[in-house]
Ligand binder design. Structure first.
Ligand code: BES
Ligand code: MN
Ligand code: ZN
Length: 497
């Protein structure tokens, strides 16, 4: 992991392999007047010829022959008016990627030109730190070390204004480290292949997190699920020889009698579709079908590390959805933990089945709020693509808060309606509810299904099918698991404190 430190002083007087100088579009002459003296007026020419004009993503690397800075990296940020946390984060990721690809392992970043509105200085340091740390993420457990992979930046110093509180700045870096550790934890879990990722493995990971962070971890094995009547979850699990687990983590950071926030994450370690088998193309990506569970585990880890003053209960129903001689079939009727019967029309609509039982089970905690996170529907990708997760629920205030948290942190959400009319599509013929609602409004009918198991509390559902997996490398997010949801949940919970 990249080591981040804080520095105070004149940027041009520091000793560094590379001084990184971000700049918004326009007014470059004034911004770089001091540096240009050092460079004997060369920058004037660069700006005049428009070799560098501060456009978003533009970079110019200059080598110096005197002074303590060996190199200067000018980085364009685009128009100042459009500055936001995601932009600052991607600036930092881009710098980390650029430098590490050139085997420049250390740098000093002048953060003073970066602006993020009010309360912005802390936000700037947080976003820069996150951008650097996430750009250093690699998943190379199963690859021989080779020339193709470049080592992450080893160290970056962040230069802050002399009037700033150094200790507070260091605390902000520490917070970013906790959040990024949570995100990288989620990415690792998602990237892990199905053969190395059984429900039991997820359970053991939760135990490890509990041990590291001082949390309470409870695992409900198959026998316990049978005893309590998790009929929907067990229906999904019965096609796999790998045992299901209900994973529960509890964190107590709030007062003793404060009602907890409950987080539930879909934990399908591999989704072949069951008897309603999926097509072969891209089926490999269905190892990511536990990304909701990974987000919840990563978020709890981060919240505990940040010592946020909240009470949390995190639940991950972990199963594998495979076709086999013991698998559940289309037409089967399952009795859920709530007592409601579910008619299985499609065994590939398994996420809502395991979440139904988890939603019922978590009711015993009398939660203040319940948020579930799931790679739920392909329809969500059709509706929103890869730039927003869907949010639906039974409480507009909660949905608004989640959307706002998403805008602040970059894990963006878009609300879909959950009007009563949609429930008609999933009314059962031979049981109480059907697990699919036909072709139209697939993301909504999935949520309408869940709603029937979340009647007793304030609840929101996040469909992260389009955002949990990246098809290609971008600075700060390599191909594979994105860790989406971790930052969102932490940001939401921070807003509650
Ligand atoms: N895990 C999938 C949804 C999914 C698809 C996530 C693509 C990420 C990328 C889910 O279990 C599923 O198969 N959903 C079905 C539901 C349908 C059968 C009603 C779908 O979306 O096709
Ligand atoms: Mn499925
Ligand atoms: Zn699934």
């Amino acid at each position: 992991m990249t080591k981040i430190s804080i520095k105070v002083g004149n940027p041009l007087k520091q000793k560094t392999a590379c001084l990184v100088l971000p700049a918004y579009e326009g007014r470059l002459k004034a911004a770089f007047a001091e540096l240009d003296v050092l460079l004997k007026g060369r920058l004037q020419k660069v700006f005049r010829s428009r070799e560098f004009s501060g456009k978003k993503g533009e970079m110019l690397l200059l080598h110096s022959v005197e002074g303590g800075c060996e190199r200067f990296l000018l980085v364009g940020l685009g128009p100042k008016k459009q500055s936001n946390a995601a932009g600052v984060r991607s600036f930092a990721s881009q710098v980390a990627t650029y430098l590490s690809e050139r085997h420049i392992g250390r740098c000093l970043i002048d953060t003073t030109p970066l602006q993020l509105g009010k309360g912005g200085e802390t936000a700037v340091l947080g976003a820069v730190s996150e951008g650097l740390l996430l750009a250093g993420y690699r998943f190379e457990t199963y690859r021989e070390k080779n020339a193709e992979s470049v080592a992450p930046l080893s160290a970056a110093a962040l230069l802050i204004g002399s009037s700033r509180d150094r200790a507070a700045a260091e605390a902000t870096v520490g917070e970013a480290e906790a959040i990024c550790a949570g995100i990288c934890r989620a990415r690792d879990l998602v990237n892990l292949p199905g053969n190395h990722k059984s429900p039991q493995f997820l359970a053991e990971t939760a135990q490890q997190i509990a041990k590291d962070q001082g949390l309470r971890c409870t695992l409900l094995p198959r026998t316990e699920l049978e005893k309590q009547g998790f009929g929907a979850m067990l229906g999904v699990a019965q096609g796999s020889v790998r045992d299901p687990y209900l994973i529960v983590l509890e964190y107590h950071g709030g007062t003793k009698d404060e009602r907890p926030v409950a987080l539930i994450g879909k934990g399908v370690v591999f989704d072949a579709g069951g008897i309603s088998l999926k097509a072969a193309e891209k089926m490999d990506e269905m190892k990511m079908d536990m990304a909701g569970g990974a987000a919840v585990l990563g978020a709890v880890q981060a919240v505990a590390q940040l010592k946020l003053p909240v009470n949390l209960v995190a639940v991950v129903p972990a199963v594998e959805n495979l076709p086999s001689g013991t698998a559940y079939r289309p037409g089967d009727i399952l009795t859920s933990l709530s007592g409601k019967t579910i008619e299985v029309l499609n065994t590939d609509a398994e996420g809502r089945l395991i979440l139904a039982d988890a939603l019922t089970w978590v009711g015993q905690y009398n939660p203040r709020v319940v948020i579930d996170v799931a790679t739920m529907t392909g329809a969500c990708i059709v509706a929103l693509g890869h730039h927003a997760s869907a949010v639906l629920g039974n409480h507009d205030g909660l949905i608004r808060e989640l959307i706002k948290a998403g805008e602040r942190c970059g894990d963006r959400l878009w609300q879909l309606p959950l009007w009563e009319e949609y429930s008609a599509q999933i009314k059962g013929d031979f049981g109480d509810i059907k697990n699919t609602g036909g072709r139209s409004a697939g993301t909504i009918t999935a949520a309408a299904f869940l709603k029937q198991f979340a009647e007793d509390y304030t609840w929101a559902h996040l469909d992260i099918a389009g955002t949990a997996w990246a098809d290609k490398n971008t600075p700060g997010s390599p191909k594979g698991g994105t860790g989406v949801g971790v930052r969102l949940l932490v940001e939401y919970l921070r807003g509650q404190c």
